[in-house]
Ligand binder design. Structure first.
Ligand code: SF4
Ligand code: SF4
Ligand code: FES
Length: 231
C-alpha cells in the first residue's frame, strides 16, 4: 500500500521557519514507521534528519511524535495508522535541532540531577547481594530506556519548566526502592516539592506514552506514598 507521510522539517542553518514536507512510501502493514523513514532517507531525500540506533526498542533514540502521540518509530507499525496518512514530528516541548532530531541535553541534565546510580559507602569485594523480594520492589522501573516519551507527553512538564517531569521520577523510583541504596531519605527529600512529585496531577499521559509499558504514574504515586510514610 502507499502511505503518505507528512514530516516536520527544519534546518536552522537554512530555514527561517519549520515546515512540513510530504513523501509517499510503498510499505506493508507490518513494517515499522522507522522502516519507512529509512526508505525515505535512502531513496528519496537524504537530507531528512532523525536519530536511530538499535531499531528494536532498546536504545530509545528514535522517540518522536507520530500522529499526535509520542512513541518509538521502531515500535509503531504502519497498520497502526489506518488512515493511510502518517504525521511525524519531533518530541513536543523539546528544541528541534534538525528535523526530527531534538536537543536531549536539558532532559539528561534533569535525569542526572536525581543521581541515577547506586549510592553506597562501602566497596564490597564481591557483588552486592539482594534478595529476590527486594529486587522485585524495583521491577516497575527497571525497563526504562530514557527515551523521554513520557516527559514529552506530560502536560504539566510541557507548561511548567520547573517540574522535573516523569522520566527523572522513574529513575528516582528505581533508586528509592533499591534496598542497597543508602540515600533513600535524601532522595525522597529532593522530590518532596513542586519540582518533584507534587506537581504531578495524575494525567496518565506519561503511562500511556511509555513504549516499555512502565506504569509511570503509579511509580510517581508510590514515591508520594513513601514520602508520606517516612514523614
Ligand atoms: S501522571 Fe504526572 S507525570 Fe504523568 S503525565 Fe500526568 S502529570 Fe505528567
Ligand atoms: S519511563 Fe518509559 S517513556 Fe519514560 S523515559 Fe523511561 S522508557 Fe521512556
Ligand atoms: S532505534 Fe533504538 S529504540 Fe528505536
Amino acid at each position: 500500500m502507499e502511505i503518505k507521510f507528512r514530516i516536520f522539517r527544519f534546518d536552522p542553518d537554512v530555514d527561517a521557519q519549520p515546515y512540513y514536507k510530504e513523501y509517499f512510501v510503498q510499505a506493508q502493514g507490518n513494517e515499522r514507521v522507522l522502516d519507512c523513514l529509512n526508505r525515505i532517507k535512502w531513496t528519496q531525500d537524504g537530507t531528512l534528519g532523525y536519530r536511530m540506533s538499535c531499531a528494536h526498542g532498546v536504545c530509545g533514540s528514535d522517540a518522536m511524535r507520530i500522529n499526535g502521540k509520542c512513541g518509538l518509530a521502531c515500535q509503531k507499525l504502519v497498520k497502526d495508522f489506518d488512515s493511510g496518512e502518517i504525521l511525524v514530528e519531533p518530541l513536543p516541548s523539546f528544541r528541534p535541532l534538525k528535523d526530527l532530531i531534538v536537543d536531549m541535553n536539558p532532559f539528561f541534565e534533569r535525569v542526572a540531577q536525581i543521581r541515577p546510580y547506586l549510592i553506597a559507602s562501602d566497596t564490597p569485594e564481591k557483588e552486592r547481594l539482594q534478595s529476590p523480594e527486594d529486587r522485585k520492589k524495583m521491577d516497575l522501573a527497571i525497563r526504562c530506556i530514557l527515551c523521554a516519551c513520557c516527559s514529552a507527553s506530560c502536560p504539566v512538564a510541557n507548561r511548567d519548566d520547573a517540574f522535573r517531569g516523569p522520566a527523572p521520577l522513574v529513575q528516582a523510583f528505581r533508586r528509592i526502592f533499591d534496598s542497597r541504596d543508602e540515600e533513600k531519605l535524601q532522595r525522597l527529600d529532593q522530590l518532596n516539592n513542586k519540582e518533584g512529585v507534587w506537581s504531578c496531577v495524575n494525567h496518565f499521559e506519561c503511562t500511556r506514552a511509555c513504549p516499555k509499558e512502565i506504569p509511570v504514574t503509579k511509580c510517581i504515586n508510590l514515591i508520594k506514598a513513601e514520602i508520606k510514610k517516612t514523614g
